[in-house]
Design a protein around this ligand. Structure first.
Ligand code: ASP
Ligand code: MG
Length: 457
């Protein structure tokens, strides 16, 4: 059994879906479960519909719903068997009518709760999975389309729900293997789930990868394949610096660090279920299915290269908190983090000295409240437009002098907040966004001028 997850760009059009069908067909003997994202940019469009409805643009919302329907209908018709067109139209009608009702409801209320946003966002994967299932059938495969909301059980933190592992694994493990044994290709939408009471939820943006990993872990798949539109993980972020090399093999821990620190190829939570069950994860390109991609394994083979990749995260805000009262006092860090916790703001990186703490956040929605609360017992300032650079490799822990080489390479750049996590697998630091590209360039030249061909392509 394998899980094959196809991202939005891999199912964005009739021809992309046909490519997917070919890729799945070539792997039928491995008994695939296919997990799909919404087609193309559908999730963004659905969220825009919700926004338009709430902001008084009822007409605009309905116009956008029509466009989205036309898009789905046009692509789907090309991949569905002629005999099923009527049924397909019925399904589209049903979904888009419901969506229209929902949008009208939001327009009347003038407000969208996280719960209603999830209800709207869920249509993307509900539609794409129904369409892909039909397309596979059209190509001669026997398919079973499952509504993920009946299997992925989550808590009720709408727009950011977490799976309840017990019931989720139990339901998936009960339903899927018998279907696969009966020769069916199982097709499901990623990203979506439901609470125990059956209210629709989503796992957060990019969550289809996570869904695929949950499905794989639940059924004990031999492999989880993440099919996307790039060749795999690279030695540097291609949006910052071109000319990076593909990483052929990488460990779970290394890949997880990269995902946390901004490698967009993989949703950060994806690897956890796979890691727990020791299931290899492959990142593959649906436009170039013959490229071997990146394999993520429990343990990567030994290599002479010191690091595997350089990840970056832009749009970071550094918050500096200092107080002389921190000297010799206890409970100070607790007080600080309690405030971030209260405002549900995740902290990424932390460095501390005797009297000050610097930390980075992504989400500045509650920054003014946080600042107000922290100001009760400390001096607070913040600086936007910062970036985190994260140098990752299992070898960092075994190789003396890595830090020296890193900071030698970025000599000319003003570096702040240096941190090496307990894993000893990454060295991270903060630079001004304007210094990001030259810093990554210098690091890349320093670490990847010679490549171990077993590990890099
Ligand atoms: N369609 C969802 C999103 O765009 C989930 C995913 O693609 O992974 O965020
Ligand atoms: Mg994605």
């Amino acid at each position: 059994m394998i899980v094959m997850k196809f991202g939005g760009s891999s199912v964005e059009s009739a021809s992309a879906i046909e490519r997917v069908a070919g890729i799945v067909r070539a792997r039928l003997e491995r008994r695939p479960v296919v997990v799909v994202s919404a087609m193309g940019k559908t999730t963004n469009k659905l969220l825009a519909i919700a926004r338009a409805a709430v902001e008084g643009g009822r007409k605009e919302a309905i116009q956008r719903i029509h466009e989205l329907r036309d898009y789905h209908s046009c692509e789907a018709r090309q991949v569905a068997p002629l005999a099923e067109r009527a049924e397909l139209d019925l399904i589209l009608d049903e979904h888009f009518q419901e969506l229209t009702e929902l949008a009208k409801g939001l327009a009347v209320l003038g407000e969208a709760t996280p719960r209603s946003i999830d209800a709207i966002a869920s249509y993307g994967e509900r539609l794409s999975s129904a369409i892909v299932a039909r397309a596979l059938r059209h190509c001669g495969m026997d398919t079973a389309h499952l509504d993920s909301r009946s299997y992925l059980v989550t808590d009720n933190r709408f727009t950011q729900a977490s799976p309840l592992y017990g019931p989720t694994y139990a339901r998936l493990a009960e339903a899927i293997p018998p279907l696969l044994r009966a020769g069916k290709v199982v097709v499901m939408g990623g990203f979506i789930g439901a609470t125990e009471d059956g209210v629709t939820t989503t796992l957060g943006r990019g969550g289809s990868d996570f869904s695929a990993s949950l499905v794989g872990a639940a059924i004990g798949a031999e492999e989880i394949q993440i099919w996307t539109d790039v060749d795999g993980l690279l030695t540097c972020d291609p949006t910052i610096l071109e000319g990076g090399h593909r990483v052929r093999v990488i460990s779970f821990n290394e890949a997880a660090e990269l995902a946390y620190f901004g490698a967009k190829v993989l949703h950060p939570s994806t690897l956890l279920p796979a890691m727990e069950k020791n299931i290899p994860v492959e990142i593959l390109n649906s436009r170039r299915p013959d490229c071997e991609g990146t394999t993520i394994l429990p343990q990567a083979p030994p290599t002479s290269n010191w690091i595997k990749s350089i990840a970056c995260k832009k749009n970071v805000t550094v918050v500096d908190v200092s107080s002389t009262r921190m000297l010799m006092a206890h409970g100070f860090l607790h007080k600080i983090f309690e405030v971030f916790d209260r405002f549900e703001t995740p902290v990424d990186m932390v460095t501390t000295s005797e009297v000050s703490v610097s930390l980075t956040i992504d989400n500045t929605r509650h920054l003014s409240e946080i600042t107000r609360e922290l100001s009760r017992f400390a001096e607070v300032s913040h600086e936007e437009g910062q970036a985190i650079i994260c140098v990752v490799g299992d070898n960092i822990r075994y190789t003396p002098g890595v830090a020296g080489r890193i900071f030698k390479a970025v000599e000319g750049v003003n570096v702040r907040m240096i941190s090496q996590g307990a894993s000893l697998r990454n060295v991270s630091f903060v630079v001004q966004e304007s210094a990001l590209k030259p810093a990554v360039e210098a690091l890349h030249a320093a670490f990847f001028s010679e490549l171990d061909p077993e590990i890099f392509a």
